[in-house]
Design a protein around this ligand. Structure first.
Ligand code: ATP
Ligand code: MG
Length: 343
């Protein structure tokens, strides 16, 4: 059962909840503005009653303006970071996290690739990328050894964000891969060749996000073999931690047999509803297990986040001043500082 807590005064709507700022100090080589977007919103909200339309509009305008001024401030990693967004549990926010974190990084001057590895093609939909059956994409890369460069397309709304689309053809790939040589490492081979060529052409990618389907089949194994770090979304719900141990065991097996470089990079709490004790309890439990690996910026449950894909957009472009957009922006920034610190 979910125990409702009294919402803080003036915060009855989850859309007005404020997220915490980044946990880390930015590295020295980064030019920063004094306040982050979320901090500006938090200060504005403290000064005015956020429940009125006027104050909401003020909040929104300030947040958008602040986002514009902090753009291009995020630091580049020392080398391309390849992050696998995986959790075999369905509907926990893998795709939403992949596209929004990727868009936030690209909007701030970084070059980012999303590999859509889910036959549902949700990441491709959210980024307005053509992915009807037969469109060249991840299927061709995995099964037909098509060079990745031949299938990559740029996201129309977010310059600097590139996508390997997924089509329904991928649904058959799980079976077709079984009989192919080096079936677990086909994505790694293709991705590594593409990233090396881009770097040689002075067009190095900063981040790659691989959006996995909700299973631990050959598609996810290919992603785990290709990545260096995991980005694991955990939904703040009762069953959240069930299945996590299975995921961690799979990661351990992949480390031992296929990819010693793989590690749990970051865990992100999604669909966090600050009004419920359950969400706070799940968040506490995850933080006590995984400590600093859990990003301080939890993503709130937000209507804007769930609406954005139906317009073929990320929440960063759909409603840049919304709490959902700001939370993903904070999470993306935190990831870059975390990477800068740990690498
Ligand atoms: P699958 O396992 O099917 O690939 P997934 O883990 O990729 O799912 P998403 O598709 O990102 O999960 O999210 C599941 C649903 O929840 C979607 O309808 C999405 O719009 C919605 N959703 C995700 N994050 C939020 C959020 N913070 N607030 C509200 N709705 C959200
Ligand atoms: Mg998905």
């Amino acid at each position: 059962m979910i125990d409702e807590l009294e919402p803080p005064a003036g915060r009855a709507d989850p859309e007005t909840e404020q997220m915490p700022g980044p946990a880390e100090e930015p590295p020295e080589n980064v030019t920063t503005t004094p306040l982050t977007a979320a901090q500006v919103v938090a200060q504005t909200s403290a000064a005015v009653d956020a429940s009125t339309p006027l104050s909401h509009a003020t909040e929104h305008t300030l947040a958008v303006a602040e986002q514009r001024t902090v753009r291009k401030n995020l630091p580049r990693p020392a080398s391309t970071r390849v992050m696998v967004v995986a959790n075999q549990k369905g509907g926990v926010g893998k795709t939403t996290t992949a596209v929004n974190v990727a868009a936030a990084l690209a909007q701030h001057g970084l070059k980012v690739l999303i590999v859509d590895l889910d036959p549902q093609g949700n990441a491709s939909t959210a980024l307005s990328i053509e992915h009807t059956e037969g469109t060249p994409g991840a299927y061709n890369v995995l099964v037909e050894s098509t060079p990745m460069a031949d299938v990559v397309v740029e996201c129309p709304q977010v310059p600097g964000l590139y996508v390997v689309p997924a089509t329904i053809d991928l649904a058959g790939a799980e079976i077709e891969l079984v009989s192919l040589v080096a079936r677990e490492t086909r994505l790694r081979k293709s991705l590594d060749a593409y990233l090396t060529a881009e770097e040689a052409a002075d067009a190095r990618y900063d981040y790659v996000f691989i959006d996995c389907p909700p299973s631990l089949g050959l598609l996810t194994v290919n992603a785990l073999a290709a990545g260096r770090e995991m980005l694991i979304p955990i939904q703040c719900e009762y069953y959240a931690l069930e299945g996590l141990s299975q995921l961690l065991r799979t990661i351990q097996q992949i480390k031992e047999h296929l990819n010693p470089a793989l590690g749990v990079g970051a865990i992100i709490l999604t669909m966090f509803d600050a009004r419920t004790r359950l969400a706070a309890g799940v968040a506490d439990e995850v933080r006590s297990h995984f400590g600093e690996q859990v990003l301080a910026s939890a993503i709130p449950r937000s209507v804007r986040i769930s609406e954005a894909p139906s317009y073929g957009q990320t929440v960063l472009t759909y409603d840049p001043g919304s709490v959902g957009a700001l939370a993903y922006l904070e999470a993306a920034a935190e990831l870059t500082y975390q990477g800068g610190k740990s690498r």
